[in-house]
Design a protein around this ligand. Structure first.
Ligand SMILES: Cc1cc2nc3c(=O)[nH]c(=O)nc-3n(C[C@H](O)[C@H](O)[C@H](O)COP(=O)(O)OP(=O)(O)OC[C@H]3O[C@@H](n4cnc5c(N)ncnc54)[C@H](O)[C@@H]3O)c2cc1C
Length: 385
């Protein structure tokens, strides 16, 4: 099969790019490995920027059952501090959100191919000993599991947390973290107490976010250092017990709660702090989007807005005839500072002595939460492309 633009991965970044390009009349094929909507490891907190981009893409989060989040609580030991968010946020499960976006991409005219896992991506003129291609040939070739290869003039890499063979990202500045996610149904009293809030809870070697999502479910998404998980026998049950023991607020929330999944979802390792400046080697010239371009620590709740921003920016720059190199440079310039600050705070949150300093700062000046939230967001000026 031949297409002008090949997009690998149908998460937020891939769908945002597909919608932008297809709306402009370009021929786009989006390949997504999952044949139907899946849950994903994600806190599902949608920041103001994410909501703005989703609105622009034709996805109304409120109409889809999204839940409003107004304030944040920080809990450590038995201490809880609360601050209003400097913006209105929402939450919606990824299973629902990703499906809505893929639907929009299809409506815009993109060819969305589900159940298509790309095995490898190669720039044909970059292969060892390759002859220069004639200008009418497609430089990109993707090998797809169980289907014919796809050839394209341009390739967008949006595989999120999963690296394509030969395209592994470096480990990032806060390596060695493992993430888990579990949905719960809380008791009515605890659900009422959580309403409108995202709760950030700190414990040895990691932190967790708890927030309501649609259909009266609650998302508990947490990260922990690999070494700490190892100390706990590598088991989710032990980690959960340790978190409950250390964090009074979590213990209270989960009293009488019912787990809604048979097992938690897990992903590791996560290259927090990674920002791609250029694509070299056999994928030189690829447009790397979303988590393939940068990975901001989860406590910011900003990974999805960066993913949407990158997809939108890439589509616009491609349509203007700009190169992938310029795109990658620009994106990294726009988000490096936020990712660096968030990574520094994230490392502090899991390192006991620094955690004490951070929580003392919040104790005396709860506004510090708002400052961190503001300084880790995409700048207004960058959003006006
Ligand atoms: C613990 C944790 C909590 C988080 N919490 C939040 C939060 O609350 N708010 C927030 O904004 N961000 C959060 N994030 C970050 C957010 O989840 C990501 O930044 C975002 O999902 C990135 O979007 P993406 O489109 O790049 O990738 P994804 O959403 O991961 O999508 C990638 C897609 O590519 C597909 N794919 C993968 N490999 C292939 C292949 N070989 N061929 C075809 N398809 C493929 C996958 O199936 C997937 O659908 C969190 C991350 C973690 C780890």
């Amino acid at each position: 099969m031949k297409t002008e633009v090949l997009i690998i991965g149908g998460g937020l970044a891939g769908s945002a790019a597909a919608i932008g390009l297809a709306r402009a009349g370009r021929q786009v094929a989006l390949l997504e490995r999952d044949s139907h909507a899946q849950h994903k490891v994600c806190g599902e907190f949608l920041s103001r920027e994410a909501l703005k981009y989703l609105d622009e893409l034709g996805v109304g989060v409120a109409g889809a059952g999204g839940v409003v989040i107004r304030a944040v609580r920080l809990a450590t030991g038995n201490t809880v501090k609360e601050a209003e968010l400097p913006f209105r946020a929402m939450s919606l499960t990824r299973r629902r959100l990703d499906e809505l976006l893929l639907g929009r991409a299809e409506q815009a005219g993109a060819r969305v191919m589900r159940g298509c896992q790309v095995e490898s991506l190669l720039r044909r003129d970059a292969a060892p000993g390759a002859e220069p291609l004639d200008p009418t040939a497609s430089p990109w070739r993707a090998v797809v599991s169980g289907a014919a290869p796809v050839e394209a003039q341009a390739a967008f890499l949006a595989t999120g947390k999963h690296d394509l063979r030969g395209c592994a990202r470096p480990q990032g500045k806060q390596p060695g973290m493992v993430a888990f996610k579990m949905y719960w149904r809380l008791s009515p009293a605890q659900a009422a107490a959580l309403e409108g809030h995202v709760e950030l809870m700190l414990y040895r070697g990691g932190y967790a976010g708890l927030q309501p999502v649609e259909e009266e479910a609650v998302n508990l998404c947490c990260i922990v250092e690999q070494a700490e998980l190892h100390r706990l026998g590598g088991r989710w049950e032990n980690l959960l017990a340790a978190m409950r023991k250390e964090c009074g607020l979590l213990r209270k929330r989960l009293e009488g709660a019912q787990a809604l999944l048979a097992r938690p979802l897990a992903v590791a390792p996560i290259p927090y702090g990674f920002v791609r400046e250029c694509c070299l080697g056999p994928t030189h010239g690829v447009w790397a989007l979303g988590d393939q371009a940068a990975v901001i620590p989860s406590f910011t709740g900003d990974g999805m807005s960066i993913a949407l921003h990158s997809g939108r920016l890439a589509a616009r720059m491609y349509l203007r005839g700009e190169t992938s190199e310029r795109f990658q440079e620009r994106l990294s310039r726009e988000i490096s500072e936020q990712v660096a600050l968030a990574t520094m705070v994230s490392r502090g949150l899991v390192w006991r002595p620094a955690r004490g300093v951070f929580t003392a700062a919040v104790e005396f000046w709860p506004g510090v939460l708002g400052v961190v939230a503001r300084r880790t967001r995409i700048a207004e000026a960058s959003m006006l492309v």
